[in-house]
Design a protein around this ligand. Sequence first.
Ligand code: NAG
Ligand code: NAG
Ligand code: NAG
Ligand code: NAG
Ligand code: NAG
Ligand code: NAG
Ligand code: NAG
Ligand code: NAG
Ligand code: NAG
Ligand code: NAG
Ligand code: ZN
Length: 314
Amino acid sequence: MKMKLLAFLFACLLPNVKGEGSSANWCYNLPTCNFYTWPTISPHFCNGSQQSPVDIVTRNVVINASLVPFTYSGFNDGSALQEITNSEGKTVKISVNDSKVNVSGGGLTDLYKTSQVHFHWGNGSSTGGSEHTVDSRQYQMELHIVNYKASYGNLTAALGDPTGVAVFGFFIEATNDSGNPGSWNNLTSFLSSIPSNGNSKNIGGQLALEDLLLGVNRTKYYRYSGSLTTPSCNEAVVWTIFKDTIKVSKDLIDLFSTTVRINTTSDSLMTYNFRGGQQLNGRIITSQTSSATTPHHSTFISAVLLAAGLWWFC
Ligand SMILES: *[C@@H]1O[C@H](CO)[C@@H](O)[C@H](O)[C@H]1NC(C)=O
Ligand SMILES: *[C@@H]1O[C@H](CO)[C@@H](O)[C@H](O)[C@H]1NC(C)=O
Ligand SMILES: *[C@@H]1O[C@H](CO)[C@@H](O)[C@H](O)[C@H]1NC(C)=O
Ligand SMILES: *[C@@H]1O[C@H](CO)[C@@H](O)[C@H](O)[C@H]1NC(C)=O
Ligand SMILES: *[C@@H]1O[C@H](CO)[C@@H](O)[C@H](O)[C@H]1NC(C)=O
Ligand SMILES: *[C@@H]1O[C@H](CO)[C@@H](O)[C@H](O)[C@H]1NC(C)=O
Ligand SMILES: *[C@@H]1O[C@H](CO)[C@@H](O)[C@H](O)[C@H]1NC(C)=O
Ligand SMILES: *[C@@H]1O[C@H](CO)[C@@H](O)[C@H](O)[C@H]1NC(C)=O
Ligand SMILES: *[C@@H]1O[C@H](CO)[C@@H](O)[C@H](O)[C@H]1NC(C)=O
Ligand SMILES: *[C@@H]1O[C@H](CO)[C@@H](O)[C@H](O)[C@H]1NC(C)=O
Ligand SMILES: [Zn+2]
């Protein structure tokens, strides 16, 4: 009985277990295969009820004091980032030596090894390109660090567990200067070496993961349960979205949408490679503290009413 169930689970999981960057017949920019069609062309998980990305409505965020800081290992290791790749014409991906980089803490129950980093963007710094949004605000880009529960041995094997994968999302916000920060100048200088689908280039010890995450206080984040944001959209992800943004100058952001292409150099540039927001369906987004930096409207009104009430009574 158990064996039959296992065999069934295995058989139905296999065709879908490919993870981000799979070669399934999906795309971002054609009406026949863009993200509106994924629930139909990859229905097994993409039509689920716990999909990602989502809009983070800050007034609905619930405080959870158990969301302690993470322990980051190897984020400063300049030899851990291996190759930068034009991955299936869908994203730019950096492979990480998962023996050298891992994370724990942060309310995660296990140690997770870091497998890869990739990016989502729009069409240059004047358009939105992030997958998650905050109070409907879409940032220019979003960086994802993909980590899998170490006990599974690899990312694919972790996709059957609702907490098998921990993805870290960082928002990229455009600044008006140029060539900044230097680490992103380094990163984007590799893009011209990977114009076509499948091209890759060794990063050769020039960058550590934390060099790309400048200006982010990595103790402040949102947490919710969701999915991969590309088919097959497996609902296996503990999402961590950092509140602080990485500030990158416009000229460097522009290089993503003007350098790498969806197939060969005669094909279209890679643009708008993000999935649109999905329904929360009752899921709750949590954080360490209230994220509102300015009093929310209703809070403000309550305060005014309270003050008025007090005045009336006094
Ligand atoms: C997706 O799920 C919804 C709700 O369960 C269902 O109504 C719809 O028919 C499904 N669509 C596809 C393409 O499977
Ligand atoms: C990854 O790191 C381990 C541990 O330092 C090392 O033994 C291994 O050779 C590295 N793998 C690659 C492909 O560099
Ligand atoms: C986590 O990363 C550190 C730093 O590279 C390394 O020493 C340690 O062996 C890693 N742990 C695991 C379980 O891979
Ligand atoms: C708070 O976070 C901890 C650690 O991740 C988790 O075990 C617990 O379920 C969370 N509580 C709520 C109400 O989300
Ligand atoms: C991206 O922006 C450029 C420059 O503004 C424009 O020429 C191009 O058509 C845009 N591409 C898409 C897919 O919208
Ligand atoms: C991933 O791990 C599973 C289970 O240990 C194993 O069967 C599979 O071959 C591994 N896949 C890769 C790509 O290493
Ligand atoms: C950046 O430039 C734009 C357009 O010139 C301007 O509207 C915006 O205020 C500038 N932002 C900053 C932070 O200076
Ligand atoms: C950028 O790359 C150069 C080599 O081209 C390297 O020496 C430098 O340390 C890198 N800078 C950063 C901030 O990573
Ligand atoms: C990060 O944020 C925490 C919580 O607000 C704060 O205590 C800490 O000092 C901050 N760290 C840095 C380096 O700013
Ligand atoms: C990508 O380019 C290769 C080489 O020109 C071509 O054989 C292939 O059909 C192209 N694929 C798509 C999906 O356009
Ligand atoms: Zn992603």
